[in-house]
Each structure stands twice: as C-alpha cells, then as structure tokens.
Design a protein around this ligand. Structure first.
Ligand code: NAD
Length: 255
C-alpha cells in the first residue's frame, strides 16, 4: 500500500488527554500534518482534546474514553474510530503511569497496577488494532518505553516501572518480527525526563536541579523532542525501520 500525499490515514494515539503530555503534543503535531486522529484515554478530557484538533486544524478527530487494559472499552473506542475515520495506518501507545516507589517499599498491588496499565494495556490495544493493519498490508506502531528500562530505573521511576517498560520493548521486538511480512513496522521510543506531569506533577523550579544534574545536554526534554521523532517513525518513509529502540534522553544514557 502506498499513501497519497496529505492522506496518511488515521493515527490512533493512546494517552492523548493530558494537557502537557506527549500523546497530546503528538496529536497536535500529526493533525497539523493532515492526519485524522483517534484518541483513547481514561480521562474524559480526551473528548475536548479531539474537539480542539477539529477546531484548530480542521481534521477528523474522535476522542474515546477507554481504559487501555480493558479489552471491551478499547474495542468500543476503536470501533468508533473505524466507523467515523479513514483506515488506521498508525498506532502510538503513549498512555502510561509512573511509579517512584523503591523495591524495598513497593507492594504487589502497585506491581499489578503498573504492569496492567503499561504492559497489558499496550498488548490489548495492539491486539485490537494491529490485525486490521496486517489485513491492509500497511501499518506503523510506536510504543513509549523509557530510559528506565535500559538504565536500572529512571530519574524518577523505579524497578516496577522499569519492568513494565522492558516488557513493552521486548513485546515490540517480537511483534515486529511477526508482522514484518504484513507491511507493519513496530518500534519503541525511549525518552527520559520530558517536562510533563507524569513524574509526580509539574517539574517546578525547586525540583529542576536534581533532574538537570543527570542530563548532559543541560535541559529537560520537551514533548516536541519526542513527538518529532514519533512523527517520523509513523510516516511512510520509516518503512525499513522495525524492531528498533530510539533514545530521546538528552544523553542520560549513551548507546
Ligand atoms: N515524561 C517523561 O519523562 C517520560 C519518560 C519516559 C517515558 N515516558 C512515557 O511516555 C508516555 C507518555 O507520558 P507523559 O509524560 O505524556 O505522561 P502524562 O501523564 O502526561 O500522560 C499519560 C496519559 O495516559 C493516560 N492514561 C493513564 N492510564 C491510562 C489507562 N489505564 N487507560 C488509558 N489512558 C491512561 C493519562 O490519563 C494521561 O492522559 C508514558 O508511557 C510514559 O511512561 C515519559
């Protein structure tokens, strides 16, 4: 399948409600490039996010409230996208939660909650969306990992979060292999210290020095830093890239 210029199809983005988050910034960036958008989030604000894209960019955009780890609500949301939008050509799994609790204090309930949202949620959404891409012989899947999965934890989150993101990366590599013959690519993006609210709320001036001391480039990352890379990876030109992990981490981890 070859896409006509300006007709990329529909990108499904999970976790696109958070006003200062990566998913929402990516949605705005893809809308500006002419994509139709299907936005999934557990926060009802997702409907306002879709409305903003329709108003500001004149694109087709639908917001659906769904818990990504609940197959029934994901199915309802994606079915609404399929009924109202062009075929889904891209999926970005950005929904996620952090966990700063060290292993010494963490409990099973936290492990199960974080694994359920981050790892199971990514699996559930892929299960619902990827078969249609494979049938149409074209698709781009990008999932948000984290430097935490490579570095023994992050600048904020600890072992449970790292494990959940490691699961996403390993799953993405295996899925990439399975669906490569069907024209679907699957990649992981691993950011660090992006200035959103996921690390226990806004990174205020008094919190910044602790983060900056670990970042060789001397600044926090922005949602734009991540969205620019993801926009490339969901584009037609990225068709020879699959099973890869891309770091967007300001030099926190080299290699
Ligand atoms: N910000 C960073 O520094 C950073 C670093 C590494 C990785 N990441 C990853 O990037 C992704 C986006 O992070 P962000 O910083 O934009 O966070 P964010 O908190 O701004 O956005 C996360 C979104 O996920 C949604 N969400 C949470 N649980 C959900 C569920 N069960 N079902 C549906 N939606 C759900 C939230 O409502 C929110 O809109 C996450 O997967 C995160 O782990 C972020």
């Amino acid at each position: 399948m070859t896409l006509d210029a300006g007709h990329q199809g529909t990108a499904v983005i999970t976790g696109a409600a958070s006003r200062r988050g990566i998913g929402r910034a990516l949605a705005a960036r893809l809308a500006a490039a002419g994509w139709a958008l299907g936005l999934l989030d557990i926060d009802p604000e997702v409907e306002r996010a879709a409305e903003e894209l329709r108003t500001e960019h004149g694109v087709d955009a639908v917001g659906a409230v769904a818990d990504i780890a609940d197959p029934a609500s994901v199915d309802a949301g994606v079915s609404a996208f399929e009924a109202r939008l062009p075929p889904v050509t891209a999926l970005v799994n950005s929904a996620g939660v952090s966990s700063p609790v060290p292993f010494s204090d963490v409990d099973l309930a936290t492990w199960e909650r974080v694994m359920r949202i981050n790892a199971t949620g990514t699996f559930v959404v892929c299960k619902r969306v990827v078969p249609g891409m494979a049938d149409r012989r074209y698709g781009r899947v990008v999932s948000l990992g984290s430097t935490a999965m490579q570095n023994g934890g992050g600048t904020y989150s600890k072992s449970v979060y790292a494990a959940s993101k490691g699961a996403i990366e390993a799953f993405s590599r295996a899925l990439a292999l399975e669906v490569a013959p069907s024209g679907v690519t699957v990649n992981t993006v691993a950011p660090a210290t992006i200035d959103t609210d996921i690390m226990g709320g806004r990174i205020t001036d008094d919190r910044k020095p602790a983060f900056l001391s670990q970042l060789p480039v001397g600044r926090l990352g922005t949602t734009r830093d991540v969205a620019a890379l993801v926009e490339f990876l969901v584009g037609e030109d990225a068709g020879y890239i699959t099973g890869a992990t891309y770091n967007v981490n300001g030099g926190l981890r080299i290699g």
